[in-house]
Design a binder for this molecule. Structure first.
Ligand SMILES: Cc1ncc(COP(=O)(O)O)c(C=O)c1O
Length: 401
């Protein structure tokens, strides 16, 4: 039998989906399961988005579209960029893709030759590793532990960029930690980036509309406008607008990079569907009350989660200020035994398995994000499930001895 390409062996199935699948299976067996596992926003976009999709269906051309994206969508995205202080980007600086994941994949293909290095902080969003491995890049992981609030320091970045990676990939607000870099922290990192001109910077900031406590969203280009020659900003409708299944992602950056992504699109997907792009335009330029309400709701839920986490023995949980995740470090509990079930919890995977089996609460082991001392809680579940889920989590921790 002929063989598959070697790159397929480098791509792993998602650890997050494995937990979600196990939770689903237990649920189908009649167990009462509360899922804190998948990072989906769990709300639908406003009715104007569906109205725009229906309208587009009525007038659908049925034809191939632009590889970059239709002008109306590019203009809507540029307008959106202006609202977050990223001004001066035109159609030539922008490209679309089938979700941010696809845009990042395209960027990996256009920026990284086989054997080039991509550097990024841990904890990281799982797909970064898989995408880098598929394109044959070397990965330089920059560990950011709970003690440093999971944030990269300027000194760490300076050391990493001195090794001259082709790409530095940054994520703010972060999945899985929910941490948000302050204006001063971004400025300090931007100063370091300015000293190292040989590296492309990708800022995966798809949670930029989900920032709490009034800290605001800050980007390297806000801090140092001259970096726009090397900084590539990533955005998506998935989380902000409750549209993960619609699959619309964006990049904004140097013209040459946007053009290269468009060339990839012309060979991979040709174009996003007309109905989808009409819905995307409506989401971006229409009423923003749904995303604003959801951001306020997630901030409240963050407070609810932290009220429990901060009182738990052996749990160190830096306070997140964005997205919809918390990432408690539970490593002080490793080696303990869960009294009622007699299960010893040696590591994050054991912890999550025992928690799911004994309390019916699904979380994702931190090793899926390169930090095996922790686990991820995604708190977008229906509000009535949040408190019982947290109480079960707390009970599980208190039963470890
Ligand atoms: C940090 C981060 N980047 C990118 C993505 C991919 O988003 P999309 O649904 O637009 O592909 C996700 C999705 O979970 C994410 O958390």
């Amino acid at each position: 039998m002929p063989q598959l390409a070697a790159r397929v062996g480098r791509a792993k199935p998602s650890a997050i989906m494995q937990v979600a699948d196990k939770a689903k299976r237990l649920k189908s067996e009649g167990r009462d399961i509360i899922s804190f596992s998948i990072g989906v926003p769990n709300f639908l976009p406003g009715s104007h988005v569906y109205a725009a999709a229906r309208e587009a269906l009525e007038h659908d051309s049925g034809q191939y579209g632009s590889n970059r994206g239709p002008d109306a969508l590019l203009d809507a995205f540029c307008e959106h960029l202006g609202k977050i202080g990223l001004t001066g980007y035109g159609r030539v600086n922008v490209a679309t893709g089938v979700g941010a994941k696809h845009v990042i994949y395209n960027l990996a293909e256009v920026l990284l030759d086989e054997g080039d290095t991509i550097a990024f902080p841990t904890p990281y969003w799982t797909s970064y590793v898989d995408i880098a491995e598929i394109v044959g890049a070397k990965i330089d992981l920059l560990p950011c532990r709970a003690e440093q609030n999971y944030k990269l320091t300027p000194a760490q970045l300076d050391e990493a960029l001195a090794r001259k990676p082709r790409v530095f990939l940054f994520n703010n607000p972060s999945n899985p930690t929910g941490m948000v870099y302050s204006k001063d922290e971004i400025a300090a990192l931007a100063d370091v980036i300015a000293k190292h001109p040989d590296t492309w910077i990708i800022t995966d900031d798809i949670y930029n509309q989900m920032v709490f406590d009034g800290v605001g969203y800050h980007n390297f280009v806000h801090a140092r406008p001259e970096l726009r020659d090397r900084v590539i900003f990533i955005d998506s409708l998935s989380k902000t607008y409750g549209m993960p299944g619609w699959r619309v992602g964006f990049m904004a950056g140097p013209e040459i990079v946007a053009q290269a992504v468009v060339t990839m699109n012309s060979n991979h997907i040709t174009n996003l569907p007309e109905v989808t792009t009409a819905a995307a335009v409506a989401a971006l330029i229409g009423p923003q009350d749904v995303p604003q309400q959801k951001c306020a709701e997630f901030e409240q839920k963050r407070d609810q989660v932290m009220a429990i986490m901060s009182g738990l023995p052996g749990v160190v949980c830096p306070r997140p200020q964005g997205a919809f995740y918390v990432f408690p470090d539970v490593s002080a509990l490793f080696g303990k035994t869960h009294g009622p079930s007699g299960t010893t919890v040696a590591n994050d995977v054991d912890f999550c398995n025992a928690l799911l089996e004994t309390k019916g609460v699904a979380c994702v082991p931190g090793s899926a994000f390169g930090e095996p001392r922790a686990l991820r809680i995604s708190y977008t579940c229906p509000t009535p499930q949040l408190e019982p889920g947290l109480q079960r989590f707390a009970e599980f921790v208190r039963q470890l001895a």
